[in-house]
Design a protein. Sequence first.
Length: 194
Amino acid sequence: MKIFVMGGTGFIGRVLVKYLLDGGHEVIIGSSGKTEVQFNGKIKYIHLDRFNPSSVVEKIKDLGHLDLVYDQLAYRVRDIKGIMNILNEKTDRYVFTSSAAVYSDRSGILEEEMFDPFDFKIDEQLSEKSYADGKRNVEAYVFQNAEVAVSTARFPSILGNGDSTLRFQDHLKRINECEQFWAQKDQVRGTTHG
């Protein structure tokens, strides 16, 4: 298959690209070019500005038919709105990497049906307010406007080597700050936690 991965050099994208190459697929990576990643296999790099729809359209319009497009980056309606028409013409399937943040108003055990992108009222202004609102709006826009098969993957926080968001380090920092807080409290009271 000929597969286009927007965000193929990012944290999730590079794992996805390796998996696709191991499966014998032809992969085209669309990225800003800021992160250099070397892969083994049939691969092509295209430098584009994912947050400038005209840049994306300009770069992919001459790629020919794409069997599948993975989008690792969109989180605002304007990120996808401008390129939806060309995707409708160039591919059979579009997979959008979303987030469990779409359920941010829920707690406990989450079920996919708790957020229905077909029933969600799109608010492009709200898309700019928070990451969760952005992901909800993009999912809704894609499902309501795509003329191709659409899938979404709603990942919770993902931790691991190469995560440029430094999520894991942030969690460790919070734990450390909490331990320091309690150590200072214990010194004042002359007690210890154990």
